[in-house]
Design a protein around this ligand. Structure first.
Ligand code: CA
Length: 379
């Protein structure tokens, strides 16, 4: 039996070309592989559909605010490249639209097709939205991404956001946030009482329950407020983002995290606009958002590792502390009370909390014998 080299080569070309076409087309069954046309023509055929889009995206951030703004620019760049230049997303920062906390309304009204912001900014409008950012004593980033993508979290987010006229997608995670910079050491619940602290959101309500005077100060005034003693403590994010604020130069106690274990930003998209997108552009957008979100987590991890290495070398007197057990217990208790109060007011809030708690119970059992045990046993 004789093998023809030409025949084999021809078969191989068919297989490779068909494979590439399927890869590029994803699940589009209308596009049949036709190997004889060649690879270049296939590429052109899927990018030549008439589905040009130019969107505007409003962010809650200043133009240069890494890594938050990187998540947005990476997403837009991926969308442009994957669509062969057909789908363009133009980014407008807070300096242009002046409405850091008005992103959801602007996207709902169609002033922008898309936004990049954080769910917990809208808890005053709708408390359930708080739950899609991060909860004190809640899931870490890995557990929470598993909940979003495989544990029903994304579906719950769409249900909660439907009444606001937008779709919501994970938009980048900070990973665990530090408990903040304190000028004095906290040894007891008494040390917490009367403390003037800048700590926003649900954690602020917890600190208030513990007797702190919780204040909200604009980011630009935080350093001076801490330096002058207008506040005794503050929390920001973690070493990667804290280092540029300079808090380590004026507050020697750096507390470990409890209140924002996995702060997720979000992309929001106007529902009607997204519904009209071609199937291909929808998929391009989905993949770009998901990739950019996870990439931000990794970038912030690198930023924090690098910044912490610098801080601990240049300021060796900084002491990393964990709140004492009675303080942590009181915080956990206050958190449970606040969640119970909100759950009593809203069935929707209750059902999202229950989904998160059930998922966390399952995921944490694995984390404990997996990631946690590995770190604990390999110091
Ligand atoms: Ca924070």
């Amino acid at each position: 039996m004789q093998f023809s080299f030409k025949k084999i080569l021809s078969h191989l070309t068919c297989i490779i070309s068909a494979g590439l076409t399927l890869f590029l087309n994803g699940c589009d069954n209308n596009m049949k592989p036709s190997p004889e046309k060649g690879i270049l023509q296939h590429k052109e055929s899927i990018f030549s559909q008439n589905d040009k889009e130019t969107w505007k995206l409003a962010t809650s951030w200043n133009a240069e605010f890494p890594p938050f703004t990187n998540a947005v620019s990476n997403m837009a760049k991926m969308v442009e490249q994957m669509s062969g230049g057909n789908f363009i997303i133009e980014i407008e920062s807070v300096s242009k639209h002046k409405a850091a906390f008005g992103i959801m309304d602007m996207v709902k009204l169609g002033q922008y097709q898309m936004g990049h912001t954080a769910s917990y900014y809208y808890k005053g409008k709708d408390p359930v939205l708080l739950l899609f950012t991060s909860m004190p004593f809640g899931m870490n980033a890995l557990e929470q991404y598993a909940w979003f993508y495989f544990g029903g979290g994304l579906e719950l987010a769409q249900k909660s956001y439907e009444k606001h006229g937008v779709y919501s997608f994970p938009g980048g995670n900070t990973g665990v946030q530090m408990g903040g910079w304190f000028r004095k050491e906290i040894n007891s619940l008494e040390d917490i009482k009367g403390l003037k602290v800048r700590i926003p959101g649900f954690a602020g309500e917890i600190f208030a329950k513990l007797g702190c005077a919780v204040t909200n100060i604009a980011p630009g005034e935080l350093y001076t407020s801490l330096e002058r003693g207008t506040i005794d403590a503050l929390e920001w994010v973690g070493p990667g983002m804290d280092i540029t604020m300079g808090f380590h130069k004026i507050a020697p106690y750096y507390y470990t995290g409890w209140h924002e274990p996995a702060t997720e930003l979000q992309f929001i998209v106007n529902r009607a606009t997204m519904d009209k997108l071609s199937a291909k552009n929808k998929e391009i957008l989905r993949v770009a958002m998901r990739t950019a979100a996870y990439d931000m987590l990794i970038q912030n991890y690198d930023m924090s590792a690098t910044a912490w290495d610098k801080i601990k070398t240049e300021y060796p007197n900084i002491k990393v502390k964990t709140f004492p057990k009675p303080v942590m217990d009181a915080m956990r208790q206050a958190n449970a009370e606040l969640i119970a109060e909100e759950s009593a007011k809203s069935l929707e809030f209750k059902s999202v909390v229950e989904s998160q708690q059930a998922y966390m119970k399952k995921a944490r059992a694995w984390t404990n014998i997996g990631e946690f045990a590995y770190i604990r046993d390999n110091q």
